[in-house]
Design a protein. Structure first.
Lengths: 367, 148
């Protein structure tokens, strides 16, 4: 018997089971692996293929058994698998170290963000402090800076009145000049304060009838309007969403401007109108798309200005005329611009010399 | 009373202002006696030591060292002996906050220091005449800030 071969080394339980149990049932099998340790050969892996054969002549049942030594193949496969496993492990450990690096980077970034936040907070506090400083500067300007000026004016006035007879004509004119300068300085401080008071923080939007604002401005400027024989025409006014006290200042400044730069021999004619339009229709640079805007126009028939100055006029302290020609500090339109900015709007100016000027204001419509 | 001069007290740390103020009153046709103190501390001391009659008008500067005008105003209004003194705020400030706060603290009228001597005279005349001569002593929030 097979099992007795080579000192019964072939008496392998798996082989026995195969030959005695499986063959009778299935008549054949393939690639059945059996591992066995032989005394002289050591551990071998064998692949067994067997089938039942019936010899034609003798009707004798035989089993054809093919035993192939696949130890080496198997070992190669195992070796390959080991290598692959090793590679995999290596990759895992590489991935792990990458992950660690990444985590470290995230931590680093988090720390940086935290620092950035802290520095932002510091900057914020700094800004708050600067704002506070500015406020106290404003306060100082409104009190302490005006104080000496007021003295200059009051004493120059007293001297001109009470010591008039003691002064030569030249002396008097010097005193007048002194008074005028002090007055101008006072006006500058006053306008600068008005400019600095137009703060973003004081945004309190209210739906307002522009007519009311215009009426108030007309009352404030009653004398100047009468003096210039000005006609202020108000057309098609729509409701607007504005910061009322700022907008009153805006209207005030625009009307003052129109009155100041009116033609000497022609009564001033100022037309104020407003209407709502979609930004696509208005075709103005800087407006947000698909948004409704209130377009307010303030036009006059005054002396106008050259096209090249249409942006410069909104800058602080910019004047197109000498102060002997037209009084002013060059702050009025800068205030207007700042107020329009506060309303998230845009202001433009078009002008023709000796024909007049139009200011176009576009602010988001009241909805 | 009509023949008695009005006793006017001014509290102001600015010497030139005190001088101009006294000068303006001296040129008015109203008979007045002007007394001056240089700050809030002096003012409160002067008032506490004062035998009647108390001043008819106190002109109170706001921005003063040691004790400012607003503090003085509050103390005066809380003092049984002093609370009825007519107090006119006399300040360079035209800030809404100062005007509001002094009104709420019980000042009678608010005038901002003008830069013209004649305007000052008119203002002082108006304060005194509106209060005593015409007896129109009805200052309210609307006419609290006096202008000419």
């Amino acid at each position: 018997m097979l099992y007795d071969l080579g000192d019964k080394q072939w008496n392998i339980p798996a082989l026995r089971e195969l030959l005695e149990d499986i063959i009778p049932k299935n008549s054949q099998f393939y690639n059945y692996e059996v591992k066995h340790t032989f005394l002289d050969l050591g551990e071998k892996i064998m692949s067994l293929n067997a089938s039942r054969v019936i010899q034609n002549t003798h009707r004798e049942q035989l089993i054809l058994l093919v035993i192939a030594d696949i130890t080496e193949v198997r070992n190669l496969i195992v070796e390959k698998e080991l290598k692959e496993k090793e590679l995999l492990n290596k990759e895992i450990s590489e991935r792990n170290s990458e992950k660690l690096l990444l985590e470290k980077a995230v931590q680093e970034r988090t720390r940086e963000l935290k620092e950035a936040n802290e520095s932002l907070e510091n900057k914020n506090n700094e800004l708050l402090a600067i704002n506070k400083e500015l406020e106290s500067f404003t306060y100082v300007s409104s009190h302490d800076l005006q104080e000496p000026l007021r003295k200059l004016q009051i004493f120059a006035g007293i001297i001109l009145e009470k010591e008039n007879h003691n002064l030569s004509e030249k002396g008097k004119s010097y005193f007048h000049l002194m008074q005028q300068s002090a007055e101008r300085m006072q006006q500058l401080i006053h306008d600068l304060l008005a400019f600095s008071r137009i703060r973003d923080a004081e945004r309190k939007f209210e739906k307002t009838d522009l007519n009311i604002i215009i009426e108030e401005v007309k009352i404030e400027l009653k004398e100047a309007i009468a003096e210039k024989k000005a006609l202020i025409e108000v057309k098609d006014i729509c409701e607007v969403n504005i910061i009322p006290f700022q907008f009153r200042q805006l209207m005030h400044n625009l009307v003052v401007n129109a009155l100041k730069f009116s033609k000497p021999q022609t009564p001033a004619h100022i037309i104020i109108s407003s209407r709502n339009s979609m930004s696509e229709k208005l075709k103005v640079k800087g407006l947000l798309p698909k948004k409704e805007y209130c377009h307010i126009t303030v036009s006059d028939n005054g002396i106008g200005f050259e096209k090249e100055f249409r942006e410069k006029i909104f800058e602080l302290f910019q004047k197109l005329h000498g102060k002997e020609e037209y009084a002013g500090t060059g702050i009025g339109l800068a205030i207007v611009k700042k107020i329009v900015d506060n309303h998230n709007g845009i202001i433009t100016a078009t002008s023709v010399v000796n024909k007049g000027t139009s200011f176009n204001i576009y602010i988001p419509a009241s909805t | 009373m009509k023949n008695e001069p009005f006793l006017i007290l001014i509290a102001d740390d600015d010497e030139a202002d005190r001088m101009v103020f006294a000068e303006a009153f001296s040129e008015l046709k109203i008979k007045t006696v002007v007394r001056t103190v240089n700050d809030g501390m002096q003012l409160m001391k002067w008032l506490s030591e004062r035998e009647p009659p108390l001043p008819h008008f106190l002109f109170l500067d706001l921005n003063m060292p040691r004790k400012n005008g607003l503090e003085c105003l509050k103390e005066i209004r809380e003092d049984e002996k002093l609370k009825d003194i007519f107090v006119a705020i006399y300040s360079t400030s035209d800030s809404e906050d100062d005007i509001e706060e002094t009104f709420l603290s019980g000042a009678n009228v608010y005038i901002t220091k003008p830069s013209n001597f004649n305007v000052l005279k008119q203002l002082l005349h108006k304060v005194v005449s509106a209060t005593f001569i015409y007896e129109g002593n009805t200052f309210n929030r609307k006419n609290f800030l006096m202008r000419v």
